[in-house]
Design a protein around this ligand. Structure first.
Ligand code: FAD
Length: 303
């Protein structure tokens, strides 16, 4: 197995991590199904580059822009054809009515997918809830996935589907309080979630405190920090707008003072997380192979 850290790494995180979590850092990537007019060679290069890191899985998003699950399934097919990376399909309640989601779970399983990220998806603008024929929340989707799994148990030869969910160190914009975020995460765990990936956040402390509160509340599934590259102030603002997570003053000042500091800040965030005991890193790649490679190499993770 390729070691994730080399002795010559600029940031020797392995040395600095507590002994009980040493050895191999869990590493996964998020990729976005390319649009029909995307540069094909670039996408091939992305897939090839990511595979060289030997990730634990590669998560493929699902959105209206990429044709919902048609786009997700097509990109998974391409990744699986070209590499042996394990795919994880994002599945959002917003993608369609419940019966269509059932069909999609079956189709993805039929095509060999064994990992799903169960999400509600963002509500259409101006709406406060999904239509009655849709599942209202991600917890209901976790339940539905486990139901479909039980109905087809024999197919999994004693194995199970890996079911992930989203969680929010900075709180979800619609939640009434941080307690609601923990209650929801506990419910997802009770209904069968195996792990959770976080929404972006800007301070390692936010994740580490959230992880500690979740443990105290009874959440025992791994919480995997999602790392968003903070390459420019414009991007940070865009990410903040999309996620509803405010940009800390400290970060704003630093990036205004030195527009090239983003890479260093991202690497610093990842380092603090790993030293603080995070179980691994989930890299939001934005389909940018070069940037992902640069960040990982600065962290000390090499192909
Ligand atoms: P939920 O868990 O349903 O939570 C949404 C809100 O409802 C929260 O305020 C929660 O507290 C509340 N809530 C939850 N359950 C209940 C309940 N049973 N009763 C009452 N209130 C409840 N979106 C996409 O469209 N496609 C993607 O591919 C995608 N990938 C993502 C990957 C990650 C790692 C993350 C963190 C987010 C992703 N999103 C994606 C965005 C996500 O869909 C949005 O953040 C969405 O607004 C909430 O999704 P959720 O699964 O957390 O929803």
């Amino acid at each position: 197995m390729v070691p994730r850290f080399s002795a010559s790494a600029p940031l020797d995180l392995l040395e600095q991590r507590p002994a009980r979590t040493a050895q191999r850092v869990a590493l996964s990537f998020e990729v976005i199904p390319p649009r029909h007019d995307a540069d094909d060679a670039k996408i091939a290069g992305l897939i090839d580059t990511l595979a060289r890191f030997d990730p634990d899985y590669v998560a493929v998003t699902s959105s209206r822009r990429s044709g919902w699950l048609e786009g997700t399934a097509a990109f998974i097919e391409r990744i699986s054809y070209a590499t042996d990376m394990r795919p994880l399909a994002h599945l959002a309640c917003t993608a369609g009515p419940t019966h269509e989601l059932e069909g999609w779970i079956d189709r993805l399983v039929d095509s060999g997918v064994r990992g799903l990220l169960a999400l509600r998806g963002d509500l259409p603008e101006g709406e406060t809830a999904l239509p009655p024929d849709h599942l209202p929340h991600a917890d209901a989707l976790v339940r539905l996935i486990r139901q479909r799994e039980t109905e087809q148990f024999a197919r999994f030869a004693a194995g199970r589907l890996a079911v992930g969910v989203a969680c929010y160190p900075g709180g979800h914009a619609e939640s009434a309080s941080p307690d609601e975020d923990l209650d929801v995460l506990l419910t997802k765990q009770r209904l069968g979630a195996d792990f959770a990936i976080t929404q972006l956040f800007f301070d390692a402390e936010d994740f580490l405190r959230f992880q500690q509160r979740a443990r105290l509340a009874g959440v025992h599934i791994p919480l995997i920090p999602g790392i968003m590259p903070m390459t420019s102030l414009a991007r940070v603002h865009r990410m903040s707008e999309l996620s509803g997570v405010p940009v800390p003053d400290r970060l704003e000042r630093r990036l205004r003072g030195d527009p090239t500091a983003g890479l260093e800040l991202t690497v610093q965030l990842a380092g603090e997380l790993l030293r603080g005991g995070a179980p691994g890193l989930h890299m939001y790649t934005h389909n940018d192979a070069e940037l992902t490679t640069t960040i990982l190499s600065e962290i000390g993770i090499h192909p």
